[in-house]
Design a protein around this ligand. Structure first.
Ligand code: CP3
Length: 356
C-alpha cells in the first residue's frame, strides 16, 4: 500500500527526496547505477557520433540527451548526470584517455613532481560544460513532464579517484596506490587533501547549476585496511559532507563505500551522509540494523541477476523489498548495470518494484 503525505513544498512530493529526509515511502523510489550506457541502443547511437567518451561527457547537448534516455524509457525516480568520476582528474590537468576494451588510462602520479603538475585553478573552467549539462537536464526534465524525477549530481570520493590517479588505470587491488599510501603518506595525504577541496568545489557548482541530490562513489573503499579506511574514506567523506551541508543544508548526499563490509557501520554513523549505497555482497538483514535510523539505504540487486531476468531476478528483488519494507529505502543495483543487460529486463524490474 502506498503511504502518502501532503507536504507544502512541491519538490517534497518527489519520492527520492522524501526518502532522503527519512520517510519510509512505499513503493520505494527506484533508479539504477549506470542507467545511461551501452545496454541501450539509443546510447550507442549517440556514442557513435563522438570521437571519445570524454567528448560525450563535455558536450552538454549530448550528455543531456543520454541522461534523459533511460528516463524516457522507464520514468525512473532519479536522473543521474551523465559524466564520469575521472572528469575531475582530467579537469585538474592529469591526462585521461578511455581505451576501447581497456578502460581509463592516466599518467600515474607517484611522486611530488607529478603531483605538482596538477592545477586546481583550472577545475572551474574545465568543468563548465558539466554545469551547463546540469542546467539543461533540469530544464529538459521539466519540459518533458518528468516532474517527479530528481536530478542526482555526483563525483568520485577522494580515495577512489586517488586510486585511478596513482595507479594510472583500473586494477584488481590497486596495489601501487595502497603501497604509496603506506610508504609516502605525506604525498598521499596531499593528493587526498587536494581532492577534498576540489571535489567540494565541483559538487557545490553542480548544486548551483541545479543538482538536487549528490552522490559520492567510493568504488574501491573496500580494498583498505580498517585504519586506512578511517583516514582515506570516512574522514575525507565527512569533511566534504560538512562543507556541503554548511552551504546547502537541504541537499542530501548519498555515499557508496563499495565492498566496505562491516566498516559500513562506522561510515554510516560518522560521515554524515543522508543515505548509504549498499553493494551486491551486503546481506541486508544483517547490515540494515547497523545503520542509524535517520540514514536511508540504497541497493542492492546483483546487476547479473538483472541480466538473467525471469524467476531469479524476481525472487531476489522480492527478498530485497521484503527486507526493506517500512524503512527509508531506494531500490537500486549493488553496482553499475552491465552492457549485456536486456532493456526489457530493466522494464520488468521497475514494474515489479512499483507494484510492491
Ligand atoms: O550512472 C550513470 O548512468 C551516470 C554516468 C556514470 C558513468 N560512470 C558513465 C560511464 C557514472 C556515475 C560513472 C561512475 C564511475 N566511473 C565509477 C564509480 C561507479 C563504479 O562503477 O564503480 C567509476 C569507478 C568510473 C570509472 C570508469 N568510467 C571506468 C572504470 C570506465 C571503464 C569501464 C566501462 O564500463 O567502460 C568508465 C567509462 C564509462 N563511464 C562508461 C560510462 C557509460 C562507458 C564508456 C563508453 O560508453 O564507452
Amino acid at each position: 500500500m502506498a503511504i502518502t503525505f501532503t507536504l507544502g513544498r512541491p519538490e517534497m512530493t518527489k519520492a527520492l527526496l522524501r526518502v532522503l529526509r527519512g520517510e519510509p515511502v512505499w513503493p520505494p523510489p527506484v533508479w539504477l547505477m549506470r542507467q545511461a550506457g551501452r545496454y541501450l541502443p539509443e546510447y550507442r547511437a549517440v556514442r557513435a557520433t563522438v570521437p571519445d567518451f570524454i567528448a560525450l561527457c563535455t558536450t552538454p547537448d549530448l550528455a543531456t540527451e543520454v541522461t534523459l534516455q533511460p528516463i524516457r524509457r522507464y520514468a525512473l525516480d532519479a536522473a543521474i548526470l551523465f559524466s564520469d568520476i575521472l572528469i575531475l582528474p582530467w579537469a585538474l590537468g592529469q591526462g585521461l584517455a578511455f581505451k576501447e576494451g581497456e578502460g581509463p588510462v592516466l599518467p600515474p602520479i607517484r611522486d611530488e613532481a607529478a603531483f605538482g603538475l596538477l592545477d586546481p585553478s583550472r577545475v572551474a573552467r574545465n568543468t563548465a560544460p558539466v554545469m551547463e549539462t546540469v542546467r539543461q537536464i533540469r530544464a529538459s526534465l521539466t519540459r518533458e513532464g518528468f516532474e517527479s524525477t530528481t536530478l542526482i549530481g555526483f563525483a568520485g570520493a577522494p580515495f577512489t579517484v586517488a586510486c585511478y590517479m596513482v595507479e594510472g588505470s583500473g586494477s584488481r587491488d590497486f596495489a601501487a596506490t595502497r603501497t604509496l599510501a603506506w610508504q609516502n603518506p605525506s604525498l598521499f595525504d596531499r593528493i587526498i587533501e587536494l581532492l577534498i577541496e576540489t571535489t567540494t568545489q565541483y559538487l557545490s557548482a553542480q548544486v548551483q547549476a541545479g543538482a538536487e541530490v549528490l552522490m559520492l562513489f567510493d568504488s574501491w573503499a573496500g580494498v583498505l585496511a580498517p585504519s586506512r579506511f578511517r583516514r582515506y574514506v570516512i574522514e575525507p567523506t565527512r569533511r566534504i559532507v560538512v562543507a556541503l551541508r554548511e552551504r546547502f543544508p537541504d541537499v542530501p548526499v548519498i555515499g557508496f563505500p563499495r565492498i566496505a563490509g562491516p566498516s559500513v557501520e562506522a561510515y554510516a554513523h560518522e560521515t554524515g551522509v543522508s543515505a548509504v549505497g549498499l553493494d551486491t555482497a551486503m546481506d541486508l538483514a544483517r547490515v540494515v540494523p547497523m545503520l542509524p535510523e535517520t540514514v536511508a539505504a540504497q541497493g542492492n540487486l546483483d546487476p547479473l541477476a538483472l541480466v538473467a531476468g525471469g524467476a531469479a531476478m524476481a525472487e531476489e528483488t522480492q527478498a530485497i523489498l521484503a527486507a526493506m519494507r517500512g524503512r527509508p529505502f531506494i531500490f537500486n543495483l549493488g553496482h553499475g548495470i552491465v552492457p549485456q543487460t536486456p532493456p526489457e529486463h530493466v522494464a520488468a524490474l521497475i514494474e515489479m518494484v512499483r507494484a510492491s
